[in-house]
Design a protein around this ligand. Structure first.
Ligand SMILES: [Zn+2]
Length: 377
């Protein structure tokens, strides 16, 4: 199925009873969407509201989060396919099912509040999707910054019923999931009392600190950032044994002094610059692991190759998470084991000026925590 064509063509009114109610005399309705027209330019436009068929589902978007990778698309540094321009290319979405195709089963019925797992919007089954590793396949997604959104199939939807604050759950679709995937990978390396450092306490690092507290409460957590404000905020929502402002003190010296030069067992790097990687690899001790999440460069230089080999240090990339991980993330939030609400520091109106400013602020490093746009009640 060519999703772009599917999305843009005028479709007949669905046989779905709920949809019939909200359609006007068989006319295809329109809805408001913020479009990424060209780099640095968001505009509000009305676009046709598609009608789902087959396994597809139409959501009324409740909230959409703004991620750093959305800013890269907005800057023109990451490609933004045509079908994703509507909705400003964003991928953190919670919504309510308002219509579904004839092949969508009953549990995904109209009225259900769901989170869209952007790493499970694949169209073709393959060797990865069949075993649940949905983030290793090609996923298609339409931008979330719009009133309605069509998803190619229901399998990417995770119920968020029972969550106290469904709007604030939107960043769980990327920031929460990505941080969870990284901490899950690190967990098998960490023993009680080991130190773990999180490099970068932005939106992802704030979730990661909470995941570390939840999944390995026996680890001693070190938080590193360049901004005092970010460190202060992090100290309020997660438990750290040490917080380091790397713009004021030498983090390597501080960490080595604290652990007696033995090195620490784990680092999760949400920055991913060649400089951060070559710097913080120096604090990883024997049998430790360095998990890279951020990608702010092309190449890394490993300065201490002998250490990597003789200390048996693992360097591992971590990319978002699977649909299975997404279910786990939502369940942790539902059970109150992470404070997903605390990470959301700005709730914006569905207004193109306000959203544009949010992109600018994020680009300029002015955002502590995570921003969401509340699109409907
Ligand atoms: Zn993201």
């Amino acid at each position: 199925m060519n999703l772009e064509k599917f999305y843009l063509r005028k479709l007949p009114v669905s046989i779905c009873p709920t949809w019939r109610k909200i359609s006007l005399d068989g006319e295809v309705k329109k809805h408001k969407a913020i479009l990424l027209k060209q780099p640095y330019t968001l505009v509000l436009e009305e676009i046709p509201t598609p009608t789902p068929s087959g396994e597809a589902v139409l959501l009324r978007v409740l909230s959409a989060g703004i991620c750093h990778s959305d800013v890269l698309r907005w800057r023109g540094e990451l490609p933004c396919p045509e079908g994703r321009r509507a909705g400003a290319g964003t991928h953190e979405v919670v919504g309510e099912i308002v219509a579904r195709g004839e092949e969508v089963p009953e549990p995904f019925k109209e009225g259900l509040k769901v989170l869209v797992c952007s790493q499970a919007t694949y169209i073709k089954e393959d060797q990865y999707t069949r075993v649940g590793l949905t983030h290793h396949t090609k996923n298609e997604f339409f931008g979330g910054m719009q009133e309605y959104i069509l998803l190619p199939h229901y399998r990417c939807l995770v119920s968020v019923e029972g969550l106290e604050d469904i709007h604030a759950a939107a960043p769980l679709a990327c920031a929460g999931l990505t941080a969870y995937g990284a901490i899950k990978k690190l967990r098998c390396f960490i023993k009680p009392g080991d130190h773990v450092a999180i490099i970068g306490l932005g939106g992802l690092g704030l979730y990661a600190a909470q995941w570390a507290n939840t999944l390995m409460p026996y680890a001693k957590l070190i938080g590193v950032d360049l901004k005092e404000e970010a460190l202060n905020f992090a100290s309020k929502i997660a438990k750290f044994s040490m917080l380091i402002n790397a713009s004021k003190e030498d983090p390597i010296k501080v960490i080595n002094d604290a652990v007696g030069g033995e090195g620490i067992r784990g680092v999760v790097d949400f920055v991913g610059k060649p400089e951060t990687i070559s710097k913080y690899l120096n604090v990883v001790g024997h049998l430790g692991a360095y998990i890279i999440v951020g990608v702010m460069g092309d190449k890394i230089t490993i300065l201490n190759l002998r250490d990597i080999v003789t200390k048996e240090i693992t360097i591992q990339g971590s990319f978002m998470g699977s649909l299975q991980d997404q279910y786990e993330v939502v369940e942790f939030a539902r059970s109150g084991l992470i404070n997903y609400r605390a990470v959301v520091t700005r709730r914006l109106k569905f207004d193109v000026e306000e959203v544009s400013k949010a992109f600018i602020d994020l680009d300029q490093g002015k955002v502590i925590g995570r921003q969401i746009v509340e699109i409907s009640k």
